[in-house]
Design a protein around this ligand. Structure first.
Ligand code: KQY
Length: 364
């Protein structure tokens, strides 16, 4: 498939909202022992549950390194397609392709540079070259031409769009030292507008407290549909999360989108602080250059990190009283979709959640 030297905006392609129809979704299989405890075994069980939940709604393909192919194939049902895609870790939201679509329903891929959330400045592991080739492989599998940005670092989890010209992101992430320090905020906006076909970018300040991705938006806020944003929230003014969420609430309530609409903001309450246990910490291999998992550290837990499938929502459960409230809020937000919770502590321990491990392909 070709590399294109134009831009999606010039060619009439836009990034659809995640809530628009999909032809399917991709995941990658977890295994690295310096990020996933106990050799990745507990995480693999959770990833399998997520894949099975998504397969109720749409086709799901799981990419696996060759040495895990037989195990993954064995752990996943026949409803899940399993193929070899070499990778460094399993965060396909971030290293995978962002698909754009034109009015005729043709798809193309945007292939951003991936540098493991900050490269040599504050990246989370080294090397990341296999991950950086995942988007190209997805484009090949989908039979789409591709816009490759060799000079622009971006992860899919750092953006959400409404499909109608508006994007939300965070300053904490997109203006971080480890992404595109050579570009000004205006230049970053320009690249996003050209490659996702946007008119308006809404900059939140920070992501979830202690998020190791430099505050990805997909853990703090999401477009439910054009004009409606869900925001991670706590009423506990003593929690550092409160100030972060409050600041973002004010930004969203005072913003208008690309169509000039005011946004409706719906609060999704975070669970009580979730801390890494001794056993969990000890289960992770300590490797220089990979973020350590230290006992007692607070994890960046948020129900916002859910996946929107055709006719369904797959969201993380944390064994917390807020699980039920999150489900009820999601049901109000998505009355026509089935809401499925998956116990997700094992994904959280790796530094992200269900949205981070999935990537949709829009329907042609
Ligand atoms: O939040 C995400 N989109 C990915 C988290 C990656 C964590 C790597 N340890």
């Amino acid at each position: 498939m070709k590399i294109l030297d134009s831009t999606p905006k010039k060619d009439g392609y836009r990034m659809p909202g995640e809530f628009e129809e999909h032809s399917g979704a991709y995941m990658l299989w977890p295994q690295r022992p310096d990020n996933w405890r106990n050799g990745g075994k507990p995480a693999q069980q959770t990833f399998a549950k997520v894949a099975e939940a998504i397969s109720k709604f749409e086709h799901i393909t799981v990419g696996v390194n060759d040495d895990q192919y037989a195990n993954a194939r064995n752990m996943l049902s026949d409803d899940v397609e399993v193929i070899e895609i070499s990778n460094d870790d399993s965060w396909i939201r971030d290293c995978g392709a962002t698909f754009v679509k034109n009015d005729q329903g043709d798809l193309r891929a945007v292939d951003w540079t991936f540098n493991a959330w900050g490269g040599l400045v504050d990246g989370l592991y080294f090397p990341w070259d296999k991950d950086d080739r995942v988007a190209q492989k997805m484009a090949e599998l989908e039979g789409t031409d591709r816009y490759r940005l060799d000079d622009f670092v971006l992860e899919g989890g750092s953006i959400h769009v409404d499909g109608e010209g508006t994007l939300i992101t965070t300053e904490e992430c997109l203006l971080s030292e480890g992404r595109n320090p050579q570009l000004s905020r205006e230049q970053i906006e320009e690249v996003l507008k050209e490659h996702l076909n946007l008119e308006k970018i809404i900059w939140l300040k920070k992501g979830i407290y202690l998020d190791e991705t430099n505050g990805h938006v997909d853990n703090i806020a999401n477009f439910v549909k054009p004009g409606v944003v869900a925001l991670a929230w706590t009423d506990d003014e003593n929690d550092p999360q409160y100030k972060i969420s409050k600041e973002n609430l004010e930004i969203l309530e005072n913003a208008t989108d690309a169509k000039g609409r005011k946004l409706k903001v719906v609060k999704m309450y975070v669970p009580k602080p979730i801390l890494i246990t001794k056993a969990e910490s000890e289960g992770v291999d300590a490797v220089d250059g990979t973020l350590p998992r230290t006992e007692g550290e607070r994890l960046a837990a948020s129900y916002i990190n859910y996946y929107t499938a055709n006719g369904g929502i797959v969201f993380p459960l944390f064994n917390d009283p807020m699980d039920e409230k999150a489900k009820a809020t999601l049901k109000e937000l998505y009355p026509d979709r089935e809401i499925i919770g998956v116990p997700a502590r094992e994904i959280l321990l790796g530094g992200g959640n269900i949205h981070c491990i999935t990537q949709q392909v829009p329907k042609k």
